[in-house]
Structure formats: structure tokens, C-alpha cells
Design a protein around this ligand. Structure first.
Ligand SMILES: Nc1ncnc2c1ncn2[C@@H]1O[C@H](COP(=O)(O)OP(=O)(O)OP(=O)(O)O)[C@@H](O)[C@H]1O
Ligand SMILES: [Mg+2]
Length: 254
């Protein structure tokens, strides 16, 4: 049951001066940024920059050390994770969180159970599962045991599982990691399709071809701080970003 109502708020998510420290490690440092309704935004940055921690703060896995998180105009800084999920914030983490010994449809049924009423009719459940399979284009797979699927197929299945929550904001952490070109292309198509259906998406990725293919706007993190922000074409030209992220030395010789 959603407690945060849809408003005409243009900004779906706003982080205001958010910091997170783990003991002596400053994982996120005075980080502010916004995601607009309907945006397809990417967060990039070197390993350890604080990207996944930002996701964990948005979903409520960790409390912030300082700062505020605003979602659809409401302050959710102190809201527990399960309520954020109920209010439409969904995450697909990097490692597939599927049930390998169950079939594809049973995985989706479990995801649906969480968001349909406990006494929903079997027909209603099967229909919800059909819709999710169609949304991610996995109809041709049938209903195999999930442990027999490829890494990519498991990742796409889990996207379908997150969609059972009917999210308004979808977070995707390194979805394309370890993919070959064909899987990356399918994933890019899938993310673009979900975005065209109206979903606001924030994703993290290190695969610059994938980012270039789908992101509208890119935010770069470095040492927990916002380092740069803009269109991917501008970000790629930014020499400071090249230096910290793309591994090019300032002398330009590697
Ligand atoms: N639960 C935790 N306890 C202690 N330190 C943590 C914890 N989570 C993250 N960190 C530290 O915070 C920093 C940021 O980590 P984070 O995982 O957010 O980086 P990242 O940008 O996602 O990196 P990558 O690209 O490698 O996934 C790192 O120094 C990491 O070791
Ligand atoms: Mg990470």
C-alpha cells in the first residue's frame, strides 16, 4: 500500500548533501543530485567511488550519516527500506537474486505474491506472471529451472521480478557486468523499452558503450563526491573525468 501519493512533482528523487561513513571510510561525501520524472540517468565512477552505497542509501539498506533523501516531494530519510519498496523504489542488485532451484514462473510468482493481495486468485497470479514475462521479452524461454539459465537470462528474469512491484523508480546496479556483446545489446534494448513505458531509471555501469547507448544524463562520482555531471558526450570529453575514470594519464599516453 503506497503512502506517498503521485504528485506533479517533476523531481522523483533528490539527495541533499548526503554523506555516509563506515567507521573511518567516507563512502559518500556531501553528495547532492536529482533524478527527474521519466529520466534515464547513469551514475559512473571508479571502483570504490561510492555508487553502490548511494543506491543502498536510496533504498534504505543503510541509514545516511548526514543529509536528506526526498522522494516525490516527501522526506524519506528515516523511512524503513520495506516502506520505500512499497512506495515504488525498486532495485536490481548486481548479483542475481533469483531462486535457482525453482522454475522461471515460480520465481515470478514469489515476486508477485509480495505485491498482490494474499488471497488473489490463481488466474490473477498467472496473468500477472504472463505480463511480466512479456515486459522483458522472455516468452521464448518457457518455464525452465532457473539454475539452468544463462547469467544474462537470470539478470533479465530478476528485472521482471523487480517490476512485480510496479515501481516508479528503478535502480539497476551494474546490470551489464560480465555480458558479451549480444547480451549487452539485448539489455540496452530492454532498459530503453522500460524507460519508454514511462519508468524513471537510475543505473550504475562501468561499460561505457552500454552507458553511451542508453543514458541521457550522466553523474560522475569520485571519492564519494559528485565530480561531474552532464550529457555523456560532454562527460567523455571532460579531461578530468578521463583522468580519474577512463584511466588516461594527464600526459595522454595511455
Ligand atoms: N558495508 C560497508 N562497510 C564498510 N565499508 C563499506 C561498506 N560498503 C561500502 N564500503 C566502502 O565504501 C566505499 C564505496 O564503496 P561502493 O561499494 O559504494 O563503491 P562503488 O562505487 O559501488 O564501487 P564499484 O564500482 O567497485 O562497485 C569503498 O571504500 C567500500 O569499501
Ligand atoms: Mg558498486
Amino acid at each position: 500500500m503506497r503512502t506517498i501519493k503521485d504528485t506533479n512533482e517533476e523531481t522523483v528523487l533528490k539527495l541533499e548533501n548526503v554523506s555516509k561513513n563506515f567507521g573511518g571510510i567516507q563512502a559518500v561525501d556531501d553528495f547532492s543530485f536529482e533524478v527527474k520524472k521519466g529520466e534515464l540517468r547513469c551514475l559512473i565512477g571508479p571502483n570504490g567511488a561510492g555508487k553502490t552505497t548511494v543506491f543502498n542509501l536510496i533504498t534504505g539498506v543503510y541509514p545516511v550519516s548526514e543529509g536528506k533523501i526526498i522522494y516525490k516531494g516527501e522526506d524519506i530519510t528515516k523511512m524503513p527500506a520495506y516502506k520505500r519498496s512499497r512506495n515504488g523504489i525498486a532495485i536490481k542488485m548486481q548479483i542475481p537474486g533469483v531462486y535457482e532451484s525453482l522454475t522461471l514462473r515460480d520465481n515470478l510468482k514469489i515476486a508477485c505474491y509480495n505485491f498482490l493481495t494474499p488471497h488473489c486468485k490463481r488466474r490473477e497470479l498467472e496473468k500477472a506472471v504472463d505480463e511480466l514475462i512479456a515486459m522483458v521479452g522472455l516468452e521464448s524461454l518457457g518455464d525452465p529451472i532457473v539454475g539452468n539459465l544463462s547469467h544474462g537470462q537470470q539478470q533479465w528474469l530478476e528485472i521482471a521480478m523487480t517490476l512485480a512491484a510496479k515501481p516508479d523508480l528503478l535502480l539497476l546496479d551494474e546490470l551489464a557486468a560480465g555480458f558479451g556483446p549480444e547480451e549487452t545489446a539485448f539489455t540496452a534494448k530492454l532498459v530503453k523499452m522500460l524507460h519508454e513505458q514511462g519508468l524513471t531509471i537510475l543505473f550504475i555501469d562501468h561499460d561505457m558503450d552500454f552507458v553511451r547507448e542508453i543514458a541521457q544524463k550522466v553523474t560522475v562520482m569520485h571519492f564519494g563526491k559528485k565530480f561531474a555531471e552532464g550529457e555523456m558526450s560532454d562527460i567523455e570529453q571532460n579531461e578530468d573525468v578521463q583522468t580519474i575514470y577512463l584511466g588516461r594519464s594527464q600526459g595522454g599516453d595511455n
